[in-house]
Design a protein around this ligand. Structure first.
Ligand code: ZN
Length: 238
């Protein structure tokens, strides 16, 4: 699920220190020691990395589920809370630096993180969905809240998902075989999205989400070719 992180940002102002990572048991995340990633390794799924703004909004490893304003509760792969993650978020969000102005100025190119086959696409949906402070939720200005996206399938049945693309930007079709680095679309804010960003998600063959980042609260082996520093984006594959 995509982010409401700007809404959560307001909420978080009154919720600092909401979780003590030391009290959490990583075995409770449901990921255990994590799946074997085998031969799969990812490159950063965006071509213009300088167009993206930290922090990465990560996968929530906190097994607790909160309601309402408590969506700011979370634990990312290294035990950090909001704004590095938010409650029940499965995936990694990479935010477009400059928001809608940057999107209108050309946005950024979403690329395949690794070779695969296109198994699902969606395009044609409104791409300026945004947060609404009055409702503390996402507003698509009366349009259907449907995200433009591409899903790739890889060896072992693993899938990578690329969500919230700009309207009419999807550059591939179901059945296409793509190489790592192939353009898939452009960063937008379609669907349940509070602003222009890429929601990148890894799923196993059963559809269970996996955090590709290695860390104390995730699995021990990274799925990125180069995970990089905690406050930086992953690197490219050799
Ligand atoms: Zn997301």
């Amino acid at each position: 699920m995509p982010p409401v992180y700007r809404i959560a940002a307001v909420v978080a102002l009154s919720l600092t220190g909401c979780l003590d990572p030391d009290t959490l048991d990583t075995a409770d995340t449901g990921l255990g020691d994590g799946p074997l990633r085998g031969a799969l390794s990812f490159g950063f799924p965006l071509l213009e990395r300088a167009a993206m703004a930290p922090p990465i909004i990560g996968y929530d490893h906190d097994p607790e589920v909160y309601e309402g304003i408590y969506r700011a509760y979370c634990t990312d792969y290294m035990g950090r809370g909001f704004p590095h993650c938010y409650d029940e978020h499965d995936g990694s969000d990479f935010m477009l630096d400059g928001g809608f102005d940057a999107m209108d100025a050309g946005s950024a190119t979403i690329i395949a993180a690794l070779p695969g086959t296109v198994v699902e696409t969606e395009d044609g949906n409104y791409d300026r969905c945004h947060s609404d402070m009055s409702t503390q939720d996402v507003d698509c200005d009366g349009h259907p809240m449907v995200g433009n996206h591409v899903i790739l399938e890889h060896s072992g049945g693993y899938r990578t998902l690329y969500w919230h693309m700009m309207i009419e930007s999807v550059a591939v079709a179901v059945g296409d075989e793509v190489q790592a680095g192939a353009p898939l679309g452009r960063v937008g804010s379609s669907g349940y999205s509070s602003g222009p960003h890429l929601h990148f998600e890894l799923q196993d063959a059963e559809g269970v989400s996996i955090d590709p980042f290695a860390g104390e609260f995730s699995q021990p082996e990274t799925w990125w070719c180069e995970q990089g520093d905690p406050d930086d984006f992953p690197g490219e594959c050799p």
